[in-house]
Unconditional design. Structure first.
Length: 397
C-alpha cells in the first residue's frame, strides 16, 4: 500500500469514526451510557472485584446479596452469587479499586479504543488501499446495533473484537507467545469461542505450521491453565457455587442461539433442527484447508453462529471474520458482497430486531453471515493463498 493510499484509508476510517461518534451523541446513546453507569452489566462484573478488595466472598450465597447492596447504589441482582468465574474478578481488581461510575467510564473508553485500534490494524493488513471498506467497517464498529448495545450495557464485545484481531495480527507478525497470552481473554466467556479456539488449535498443530503454531498453542494452554488454577487456589469457594447459582440461572434465559432461532421460526419442536444444522456448518468448515486464508474467517463466523450461549451484542464479533474474508477473497466483487452483506445484517437487520424487541430471530444474523462468508470463499477452500508462499508467512498464517 502506497503512502497516498494509506492516508486515504486513514482519512476514510477516522472520518467514519467521527461521524459515528456524532451520531452516538445526537441520538442520545452517550447520555444513556452515562445514565446507566452503576446499573449496567459492567457493574455486575465490577462487583466481584470490589467485593474481593473489601474481604467479602463473591460466591457465598448467604452473604452475596447484602454485599452487592452495600457496594452498588442500584444493584442488579440476577444471581445468588457473583455472575462470573473468579479469574474475571481478579483481572478486574484495578477497576474494582475505583468507584463504579468511574470504573465504567474507564472500561468503556479502554475497550472501545482497543477495538478501534485493532480493527484499523486488521483493515490495514488485510484490505489495504480500500477507503470505502475502512469507512464502512469503522462505522459498524461504533454505530451498528450490537456495538451500541455493547456500549450501553458496558459489555465485553469490544474487548473480544480487539482480542481476535490481535491474535490474528500477532500470528501474522510471527509473535506466537504474545498471541497465546492474548488468547487467555477467551476465558472471560468461553462459550463464545468454542469453534474459534478449535480452529486456532488445528491450524497451530497442522504440519508445516509448527514454528509458530506450537509456541502459540503451548503458551495459550499454559497461561489458561495457570489463570484457572491460581484463581481456584485464591477463591476455592467459587465451585460448585458458580455451577449451582449461575449456570443453572443462565439456562433459563433465552439465548441467541440456533435452537432459539428455530424454535421461534417453527415452534417448540423446531429446536431439533439446531444439531444437524450445526453439524452441516462444521462439515462445510472442514472443507477448508487449515492453512488457507479462508480457514479463520469461516471458523470465526461459525463460532458466532454455532455458539451455545450468547446475546445480541456478541454479534459484533462478526466484524473480524468479515474483514478477514474480504481480505482473503481474490475477487473484489465477492469481497464487496461480503462487506455489504455484513453491513446490512449488523446495521439494518440488527437495528430492526432491536426496535421490535425480537431476540429469537437474532441468531439468524450470524447464521446468514456464516453462509455468505463460506459461499464467497468456497472456490478458494483448498488454496493456501499468496501470504503462505514464504516460510515466515506460512508459519504465521
Amino acid at each position: 500500500m502506497t503512502a497516498t493510499n494509506a492516508r486515504r484509508t486513514d482519512v476514510a476510517f477516522f472520518a467514519s469514526l467521527a461521524v459515528s461518534a456524532i451520531l452516538v451523541v445526537l441520538f442520545g446513546f452517550a447520555q444513556l451510557r452515562i445514565d446507566k453507569l452503576g446499573t449496567d452489566d459492567f457493574a455486575t462484573a465490577w462487583a466481584g472485584a470490589r467485593a474481593l478488595l473489601l474481604g467479602a466472598d463473591p460466591y457465598d450465597a448467604a452473604t452475596w446479596t447484602d454485599t452487592v447492596l452495600r457496594i452498588l447504589p442500584r444493584p442488579l441482582l440476577d444471581t445468588a452469587v457473583y455472575a462470573y468465574p473468579p479469574w474475571v474478578a481478579l483481572a478486574l481488581l484495578p477497576l474494582g479499586a475505583l468507584p463504579v461510575e468511574l470504573a465504567g467510564i474507564v472500561w468503556s473508553a479502554a475497550t472501545i479504543s482497543l477495538a478501534l485500534i485493532a480493527v484499523r490494524a486488521l483493515l490495514r493488513a488485510y484490505v489495504p488501499g480500500r477507503p470505502w471498506t475502512h469507512a464502512l467497517v469503522g462505522a459498524l464498529a461504533l454505530v451498528s446495533a450490537p456495538a451500541v448495545v455493547a456500549l450501553l450495557l458496558g459489555q465485553w464485545p469490544f474487548l473480544f473484537v480487539a482480542m481476535l484481531a490481535a491474535i490474528v495480527l500477532l500470528l501474522r507478525a510471527d509473535r506466537p507467545v504474545a498471541a497465546g497470552l492474548v488468547a487467555v481473554l477467551m476465558l472471560a466467556k468461553p462459550p463464545l469461542f468454542v469453534f474459534s479456539a478449535a480452529a486456532l488449535a488445528v491450524r497451530a498443530l497442522w504440519p508445516g505450521n509448527g514454528a509458530v503454531g506450537r509456541p502459540f498453542l503451548v503458551t495459550a494452554a499454559a497461561a489458561g491453565i495457570a489463570a484457572v488454577a491460581i484463581s481456584w487456589l485464591i477463591i476455592p469457594s467459587w465451585w460448585p457455587a458458580y455451577l449451582i447459582h449461575v449456570a443453572a440461572h443462565q439456562v433459563t434465559i433465552e439465548p441467541v442461539t440456533l435452537q432459539t432461532l428455530f424454535i421461534t421460526l417453527f415452534g417448540p419442536n423446531g429446536g431439533w433442527l439446531a444439531p444437524p444444522v450445526l453439524l452441516a456448518m462444521v462439515a462445510a468448515g472442514l472443507q477448508f484447508h487449515p492453512l488457507s486464508d479462508g480457514w479463520l474467517p469461516v471458523w470465526f463466523a461459525l463460532s458466532s453462529a454455532g455458539v451455545v450461549y450468547s446475546n445480541t451484542y456478541d454479534v459484533l464479533m462478526l466484524l473480524v471474520p468479515i474483514v478477514l474474508a474480504a481480505g482473503a477473497l481474490a475477487s473484489r466483487r465477492r469481497a464487496a458482497v461480503v462487506l455489504i452483506a455484513g453491513a446490512v445484517l449488523l446495521f439494518v437487520v440488527m437495528w430492526y430486531l432491536h426496535t421490535i424487541y425480537v431476540r429469537g430471530y437474532a441468531a439468524g444474523v450470524p447464521l446468514l453471515m456464516f453462509v455468505i462468508i463460506t459461499a464467497a470463499l468456497w472456490p478458494q477452500r483448498r488454496e493456501l493463498g499468496a501470504r503462505l508462499a514464504s516460510p515466515v508467512a506460512s508459519s504465521s498464517q
